[in-house]
Design a protein around this ligand. Structure first.
Ligand code: MEV
Length: 334
């Protein structure tokens, strides 16, 4: 038997980092996906192959026996630890320890770009392997297992990335609970800096500053939580679209300033954010952990001008759409 599952990337619209401290966040699944094939093997081992994994500047294919942990190729190799933990967790759930499983991954989601590639890989792996082992798990349960995988590999995680990858759409997330927000087409442009940041290191860096000076950082996190609640009110309000976009744009700009204050922006991220604003975006901010990775801009009137400005500033623009669908079982072959 062979099973193919796929899971989407995500963008965090508001509330990255503060969500790790129990504050709310808003995220959406987007239409870039990771595909995972799972099948049994005879030798009882876990075997993992990665094909066409995108890292800054190149696309790589490799198997677990030939991992290199330096440079950006190493970033791609880190993906394998999510896959291995995901398979082990599902084997345990299914009481199938020792069952040989081979997994093959291909991904359209750049690694380390803040678009949730690790979570999508974990969620698609759990989806494919659980179906292979005959476990009937809902997408929500798979998201929760994906959160466990992130905690095992990263040490700290809010769980928002695997949740949105598993269930799809547009969500408000707080302390493990999510709620779908009314679907709206968001005219956004994502700008990739071309370099990757480590979520684990950035979350640890913010934690370090928090522990050193909680009286300074706590109000910043509280303000980020308030931005998210205001954004939810705007999204669910009956204001006309123009007004809603204008308010969301202002909230994005404030959220970006606070992320910069936490130290997770970079020169390149800020350049892309300002280039987008100068080209007419209503709002622009980092999305995801920062330290490289991506920003996004809200540009209802001028997506293509903003995309050009991002290119001129040295980034790679992507015009993406929100994906209503999360984890999907694509094929089950006998
Ligand atoms: C990463 O996409 C978002 C962070 O808030 C980490 C997390 O929520 O686990 C930086």
């Amino acid at each position: 038997m062979r099973v193919l599952a796929s899971a989407p990337a995500k963008i965090i619209l508001f509330g990255e980092h503060s969500v790790v401290y129990g504050k709310p966040a808003i995220a959406a699944a987007i239409d870039l996906r990771t595909y995972v094939w799972a099948e049994f093997n005879e030798n009882g081992a876990i075997k993992i192959e990665a094909k066409d994994i995108r890292v800054p500047g190149l696309t790589v294919s490799f198997s677990e026996d030939e991992i290199y942990f330096e440079s950006d190729y190493g970033k791609a190799a880190e993906v394998l630890s999510y896959v291995r933990q995901a398979i082990e967790l599902v084997r345990k759930e299914a009481d199938a320890n020792g069952k040989g499983i081979t997994v093959s991954i291909t991904s359209q989601i750049p690694v380390g770009a803040g678009l949730g590639s690790s979570a999508a890989v974990a969620v698609a792996t759990i989806g494919a392997v659980s179906r292979l082992l005959g476990l009937e798990l809902s997408n929500e349960e798979i998201g929760k297992l994906g959160h466990k995988v992130e905690l095992l590999v990263q040490g700290a995680s809010s769980g928002i990335d695997p949740t949105v990858s598993a269930i799809g759409g547009f969500i408000h997330y707080e302390k493990g609970n999510f709620e779908h927000l009314p679907f709206m087409e968001l005219p956004i442009v994502v700008g990739y800096t071309g370099s990757s940041g480590s979520t684990k290191e950035l979350v640890a860096m913010v934690r370090g500053t928090y522990e050193e000076m909680p009286e300074v950082i706590e109000p910043v996190l509280v303000a980020m939580g308030k931005i998210v609640e205001k954004a939810r009110d705007v999204i669910t309000s009956d204001l006309d679209e123009e007004l809603r976009f204008a308010q969301l744009g202002r909230l994005m700009n404030i959220n970006h300033g606070l992320l910069d204050a936490l130290g997770v922006s970079t020169k390149k991220l800020s350049e892309l954010v300002y280039a987008a604003r100068v080209a007419g975006a209503i709002g622009a901010k980092i999305t995801g952990a920062g330290g490289g990775g991506c920003m996004y801009a809200l540009a209802p009137e001028n997506q293509s001008e903003v995309a050009t400005a991002i290119t001129i500033a040295g980034g790679t623009p992507m015009i993406t759409r929100i994906s209503r669908e999360g984890l999907r079982i694509e094929e089950v072959l006998p």
